[in-house]
Write a protein that binds this ligand. Sequence first.
Ligand code: PRP
Ligand code: ZN
Length: 290
Amino acid sequence: MIMSENVMLRIAVQAKGRLNEQSMDLLKEAGVTVSQEKRKFLMRAADFPAEIIFLRDDDIPQTVAIGAADIGIVGYNEVAEKGLEVNILQKLGFGGCRLSLAIPKTEEYTGLEYFNSKRVATSYPEILRKFFAENNIDAEIHTITGSVEIAPTAGLADAIFDIVSSGGTLVSNGLVEVEKVVFSEAVLIGNPELSDEKMALARQLMSRFEAVRNGVGKKYLLLNIPTSALDEAIRILPAMRSPTVIPLANSEWCSLQTVVDENNLWTIIESLKAIGAEGILVLSLDKIVL
Ligand code: PRP
Ligand code: ZN
């Protein structure tokens, strides 16, 4: 496809909060960079035909649904709550959290029936309404935007239904999580009627995001091994396909290169040393394009 020069993808990103930093890091790793200094509401990327619009996460699904932004990075929680017409293009593997019910830690939790006739404060009334209806719970839902966690202390509610990630917010407000209702992570959403040209740009970004994700937790290993131990070394190395073997000037030795999981790194290194590997180099790796 021939791109017309002025096609530009508008990407909605959370202006501040839980997902902002990782969203911006992912875009940067994918070659979409905006100036760090004077942050404006709308910024043109220096190196990709895109502009970034910074919004409250709550507003991202609607902005994408009406086409004021073409794609957006937002928590699945917001997408599920708003129930608007957007396509989920890709899960992004960060911003993991859940939407949970929490009550004051001084209360005794007796099971879901606990919530009958209770007042529950939330910014996610639709998800909660559905959950209570499915479980035949008759509670009063109070919709609040922002600082839901202070509602019980402030006497506005008996319980809350909100995002829990590290759990820090709950602890500092004397609350305990009693029911996990929905799991969420950051997703890439798209307007359902993107032009072919914009869709092509979105696909290009999606494959870059995937390459960035594939590199997470991986290391590149380079080592020398006696040729006699080569078969054994190949068995130890769980390469993506098979490790690269390069002959050395001294035919009794060869060089091996491969990608390994950071989790198994030390076990692999020790097993390789035990069969005579030398000159082991561990290099960091940031993208894997499959
Ligand atoms: C959520 C939620 C809590 C916090 C929980 O806010 O409202 O404030 O994250 O995280 P923790 O368990 O790690 O303490 P979010 O950033 O999703 O956006 P919001 O400000 O729009 O609610
Ligand atoms: Zn929000």
